[in-house]
Write a protein that binds this ligand. Sequence first.
Ligand code: ADP
Length: 407
Amino acid sequence: MTKRYLSQLVLITLISLIGLSVFGINPYLMVFLMVIAFGIVIYDNDRNYQIKVRQDNLELTNRVRSTSNDAHLKHKQLVTLVSNIPLPLLLIDAEGKIVMYNEQFEIFKESKQSEALTYSQNDFKTGVHEFVFDAYLMESIRQKAIEDNGQHYEAISVPVYSNKVYSGCVILFQDISRIKEREEMQKQFIADASHELKTPIAAIKGMVEILNREDFDDEATRKDFLIQIEKENERLEQIVLGLLELSKLNRDTLVLQRNMIDFTQIADSCANSFKETMKKEHITLVRDYQSHKPVFVDAAKMTIVINNLLSNAIKYSGAGSIITLKSLEAGDCYIFSITDTGKGIAAEELAKIFERFYRIDKDRARFSGGIGIGLSIVKSIIDAHDAKISVKSELNSGTTFVIELYY
Ligand code: ADP
């Protein structure tokens, strides 16, 4: 019973008593009026009470509904977030149940079974299985490299705490295959470079040792050794310069300074610098320029390309040969080629000549001063331009290098 309800009843009683004593109203009539007044007050209060209960119920229902809507919304947001992360991801709850994983994670499953998984009972591939097991139990940030089908991943687990209580963990797998590939390439590069440097160093060391002998007094050999030491030294210098050049040509860091330029101008200025050598070797240079359309290239870098291709054409062709420079347009492509009538390259070697330190005939290349870096420098520059280079060749007939640039 509310205070308001009681005070209404007291007020009616008081009014009735005043009515009886002061105004002398008929007691029967007074009692009748009192009963009616009490009835009205009781009915009104009961109705108000029912309305209030109904309102309270409605409010409670709304609150429950909004809380469940909220939870539903949050779950939906979490699912959207997890499925949109482009890396394999897994969530484990406080009891060790695997509550969620995204589509990217499917690659680590051994079978398509969808029964409830836990940190200890899961059908994931071995390395992943072990990591999930440890990650849940250790309750700490963990990191581990995992290999799967030639792909390399860095698995990272992060524990999740709610009010300082451990409530599971999140496990993420980052694809580090490209980084690994680069690491391998770097290792290979260092191994190849060291190998290349070792040969002239060993030759110089051997000759110096002989020259230093107390009993050495052969003047002719001394002169010959000094000439060879000078040559090996030059070779060392060439290798080091080539390596430096190559290290600057990393595709990810190489900055091109491009301009619209007639490619034949670059070719002509390169050919000009070889004029004397070609004259000495009786090499004929033919220019077959069918296009002078400007192309968007880094002229300095393209000069390195043409210089390398021209010097190879001269080096591997010999006296009396013909070198042809040709430019033409084909659709949205500008084509520039260098053809020689030299010794050619065997079909099985064609794919390898762009590799670093690859020389077809190592001894002959040594004699001609080749270190096997030129074409890999050419390839790096062409790649940086998003252009293409290809080679056609026939043994003892000649070789053509073709550069394709796109507008
Ligand atoms: P190198 O410094 O040995 O010339 P490159 O990378 O420029 O190194 O060339 C790799 C190999 O490709 C050379 O050793 C050579 O055997 C072959 N080669 C390149 N250009 C020609 C060519 N025009 N004719 C024949 N062989 C060539």
